[in-house]
Design a protein around this ligand. Structure first.
Ligand code: V47
Length: 397
């Protein structure tokens, strides 16, 4: 393997932006250890040796979905309801959130399929009921795909802005990054035809950022996309983030590269990414998306062991205690997929990092006398405008 050209290494040391070609070279030709060293350099400039984790619970309110994405093993068609199709009531979801709240969770992450029948009042009701039963819990809910679905089911049709404002009034705190997949028309047609495209995904996130609602961004890699398509995806996120940082009160907090989990999907014949492809993707994500403060390893999909290794390949954040998860189940996992705080901290410490519990907006969580509070000032090493406490203060909680 050729050594990294000095020009790339110098640019990373000087926090200068890498080009498409440089990113491609890193993906395809760099020695994986050297790539990790570069990504770690970029990570340490922002966060030192801190690695964040959070105490949260994911709730997937329904697996009924009007879409038929080929990479997805989660959806069940409404036409074949019964069997293992399900939908949770507002009370069910709020009850699950409350259980987690009682165990110290600061966040509930709520997403589901595009249900053909549930009205918009259900989704606003979810936010309101969670906040009623768990007053300090941050509701991170609904991917851009769901937000567009809500605009389509309302009569008269609500705009993206109206949907977001209504959800925020009901208690929504921020948006997760799902549904981005890979921003490319060819990949869209092959793997998730019928789903919203990149322009709608960006419109939702742009509108959220304009409203002061922080969001995350994902990239689903390791299926039918090429390295160049991944690279363009990262550059599009970076360009969007430039705009949000320049002129909007909120932006992407976190980038979550998600490895394709083939089991049970229509693309199950594909092998999915290997560990080294994942390490490379996480590292290049850190290096190319240089203006997104955090890079998260979602251990449910990455696996706990690779997530630990990735802490030295550009990752600074592990999500989370999770508790239950339905969208993917690796290696025969069941819905109950939980990591304890002790286990998360052990993974982080063994990787040579310092565990810091954060809330959804990356404020440190301090636990004392059986309760918790957040530190209002900027988390260590977050640096610069991205991650700044001022703007976070204006964000929906
Ligand atoms: O949008 C679906 C992906 C996403 C599969 O924002 C799959 O903090 C792999 O977005 N293999 C939902 N991925 C999960 C998600 C997420 C997770 C954790 C944290 C955050 C965050 C966001 O999961 C979907 C889709 O892109 N997905 N099927 C699969 N077979």
């Amino acid at each position: 393997m050729p050594d990294v050209p000095e020009s790339i290494a110098d640019k990373v040391s000087a926090s200068q932006r890498l080009t498409f070609d440089e990113g491609m070279w890193l993906f395809e030709s760099a020695d994986v250890h050297t790539l990790g060293e570069l990504a770690n350099r970029a990570r340490e400039k922002k966060h030192g040796r801190v690695a964040y984790f959070n105490i949260n619970r994911h709730v997937n309110y329904t697996n009924y979905c009007v879409l038929r994405c080929r990479f997805c093993s989660f959806y069940r068609p409404w036409s074949k309801r019964g069997g293992d199709g399900y939908e949770l009531s507002v009370e069910d979801v709020a009850g699950l959130a409350r259980e987690a709240y009682d165990r110290g969770a600061t966040e509930v992450h709520v997403v589901g399929g595009l249900h053909p029948k549930l009205p918009f009042s259900y989704y606003a009701g979810l936010c309101a009921e969670i906040r009623r039963r768990c007053p300090r819990m941050h509701v991170k809910a609904f991917t851009a795909v769901e937000i567009i679905h809500f605009t389509r089911i309302t009569r008269p049709r609500m705009s993206i802005r109206e949907v977001l404002v209504a959800l925020r009034e009901a208690g929504l705190g921020s948006l997760p990054g799902g549904g981005a997949e890979v921003f490319d028309d060819r990949v869209h047609d092959e793997a998730f035809r019928g789903k919203i495209g990149q322009s709608e995904w960006f419109e939702v996130h742009r509108t959220a950022h304009e409203l002061g609602i922080f969001t995350n961004a994902t990239m689903l890699y390791g299926h039918v996309e090429t390295a160049a398509e991944r690279m363009r995806h990262l550059i599009k996120l970076r360009e969007h983030q430039d705009e949000s940082l320049r002129c909007r009160p909120a932006w992407f907090n976190c980038l979550v590269p998600l490895p394709f989990v083939p089991e049970g999907s229509k693309l199950a014949h594909l092998p999915g990414p290997t560990g080294l492809v994942s390490l490379r993707t996480l590292a290049v994500s850190r290096l190319m998306a240089d203006n997104i403060p955090h890079v998260k390893a979602f251990w449910i999909m990455q696996g706990a062991k690779l997530s630990q290794v990735a802490l030295n390949w550009g990752v600074d954040d592990l999500d989370g205690t999770v508790m239950y998860y339905d969208i993917t189940k690796r290696d025969g996992a069941t819905t109950h997929q939980e990591m304890t705080v002790d286990a998360l901290q052990r993974l982080i410490r063994e990787a040579g990092c310092v565990p810091v519990e954060r809330d959804t907006l990356y404020r440190r969580v301090i636990r004392e006398n059986g309760t918790w509070r957040v530190e209002e000032h900027e988390p260590e090493g977050a640096g610069g405008r991205a991650g700044g406490a001022d703007a976070r203060g204006r964000a929906a909680r």
